[in-house]
Design a protein around this ligand. Structure first.
Ligand SMILES: C[S@@+](CC[C@H](N)C(=O)[O-])C[C@H]1O[C@@H](n2cnc3c(N)ncnc32)[C@H](O)[C@@H]1O
Length: 292
């Protein structure tokens, strides 16, 4: 059974399709147009996981790219490079392997990817930000605290570095009218902002905090919803992953008196998944901040 904190590689793979479908096209377009006419850019991807941002964008960006992944789990980064090399090969790219890095080449386009195994909170010590054109972060800011974000966001503002951040968690619901849904979704969300050694993660408040922070600094911000739609039979695997994740999170926060109710609730949800009738909607926000 996966733990709630372990970055489950198979979940990341399964998520990719839903992540892609969820992406807010207007926000994405704001980012793409920002770099119109460029010959190449350097992108830092924070909490890069299995490389989904790069996989999604390396063909969409029409220019050379130099990607720097910052990910604390080295085995996840190794998996990311392997995944990218397989997908690039399928798309007809020449793949050149190096230590902790990869180069993809097709015609005159070159995409270089390297990973650093560290916390992205140490960004300023890891990367020369004067040589970076874009910071990306997907499904990571809800994991850090407000004060960690403020330290981080201030550096981006000071350096006038554009930030493209997607899948910032806001809320979720199911296609049922069970009153227990509300209770157990709230428990799950309280796990997200449980006290940790660095404080409380922003959890579902993340999108509001980010928008508020950048608006107050008068940065240019484009944002909008991005929604996972995990519907019926075709989303059975993903719904099971999500329920497993909720179950492992719940072990950390459930009061004894709620345990039986939770067990009954999650069993009924799993039955609905098996019958192909469970729909889950997870609402995130995407945003592009450019400080010019
Ligand atoms: C929910 S996953 C998102 C992965 C990827 N961005 C995506 O969209 O598929 C969060 C990732 O951030 C990594 N992570 C969390 N906190 C981090 C930190 N402080 N520094 C570096 N990586 C971190 C985790 O190991 C995990 O791979």
């Amino acid at each position: 059974m996966e733990t709630a904190t372990f970055a489950n590689i198979h979940w990341h793979d399964e998520r990719f399709k839903y992540d892609c479908e969820a992406r807010n096209q207007a926000v994405e377009q704001a980012c793409l147009s920002h770099f119109d006419g460029k010959n190449g850019i350097t992108i830092v991807d924070l909490g890069s996981g299995t490389g989904s941002n790069c996989l999604y964008f390396f063909e969409k960006f029409p220019f050379h790219q130099n990607w720097i992944f910052i990910e604390k789990e080295e085995k996840v980064s190794k998996y990311a490079l392997n995944r990218l090399s397989i997908e690039a090969d399928k798309k007809g790219y020449e793949v050149i392997h190096g230590t902790n890095q990869l180069e993809l080449k097709k015609e005159s386009k070159s995409i270089k990817i390297k990973y650093l195994t560290d916390s992205f909170l140490n960004l300023v010590d890891l990367v020369n930000l004067d040589e970076v054109d874009l910071v990306m972060a997907s499904a990571v800011f809800d994991l850090i605290s407000f004060s960690q974000f403020v330290d981080f966001g201030s550096v981006l503002l000071e350096k006038r570095l554009p930030l493209f951040t997607t899948l910032n968690y806001a809320e979720m619901n199911f296609n049922s009218d069970s009153p227990s849904d509300v209770v157990f979704i709230e428990k799950y969300e309280s796990f997200m902002n449980r006290p940790q050694e660095f404080g409380k993660a922003m959890g579902k408040k993340c999108p509001r905090i980010l928008v508020d922070f950048f608006q107050k600094q008068e940065a240019k911000i484009k944002y909008g919803p991005s929604i996972w739609k995990l519907e019926g039979e075709s989303a059975q695997v993903m719904n099971h992953h999500l329920l497993n994740f909720m179950e492992s999170a719940s072990r950390h926060i459930m009061e004894n008196e709620d345990e039986k109710l939770f067990k009954d609730w999650i069993t009924s949800k799993r039955e609905a998944v098996e019958e192909g009738v469970l729909n889950t909607y997870v609402q995130y926000y995407d945003m592009f901040i450019s400080n010019q």
